[in-house]
Design a protein around this ligand. Structure first.
Ligand SMILES: [Zn+2]
Length: 148
């Protein structure tokens, strides 16, 4: 309600997005209990249990909460961790990061830039060309398979 003045015409903000904000009760209704636990409560699904860790289909992985495109299947790689892993987001500005000091560790938390939903964590031991590893919960993702 406070950010009504965001319309700056003339600037080339290609990935400017409307943020999605909903009351907690609405998320609770729309998401499965597992999705809610991960996306809204920053939970982590057990490895090798999610539906996408071993998925190899082409397509676009969207945010399970708001549909925001997050990762291209072409950037998914075998990390051996049991979680879907990507070496880069589909577009700058679609995926946000934040320092996470919970559990006595320093990690980088990854979230959907549109709805703020928790996705997973970012590590710097990924493959080339980025060297990054976005370790993402399947519960946060919804694969939009490419139609050929
Ligand atoms: Zn989202």
């Amino acid at each position: 309600m406070a950010d009504a003045k965001t319309d700056k015409s003339g600037s080339a903000e290609s990935s400017a997005q409307k943020s999605v904000q909903k009351p907690d009760a609405e998320w609770r209704q729309e998401l499965t209990p597992q999705q809610y636990r991960v996306l809204r409560e920053k939970g982590t699904e057990p490895p090798f249990t999610g539906k996408y860790w071993n998925e190899h289909a082409d397509g676009v992985y969207r945010c399970a909460a708001c549909g925001n495109p997050l990762f291209d299947a072409a950037t998914k790689f075998e990390s051996g961790t049991g979680w879907p892993s990507f070496f880069q987001p589909i577009e700058e500005g679609h995926v946000g990061t934040e320092e996470d000091r919970s559990l006595f560790m320093r990690r980088t938390e990854v979230h959907c830039a549109k709805c703020g939903g928790h996705l997973g964590h970012l590590f710097d031991d990924g493959p080339k060309p980025t060297g990054l590893r976005y370790c993402i919960n399947s519960a946060s993702l919804d694969l939009d398979k490419e139609v050929k």
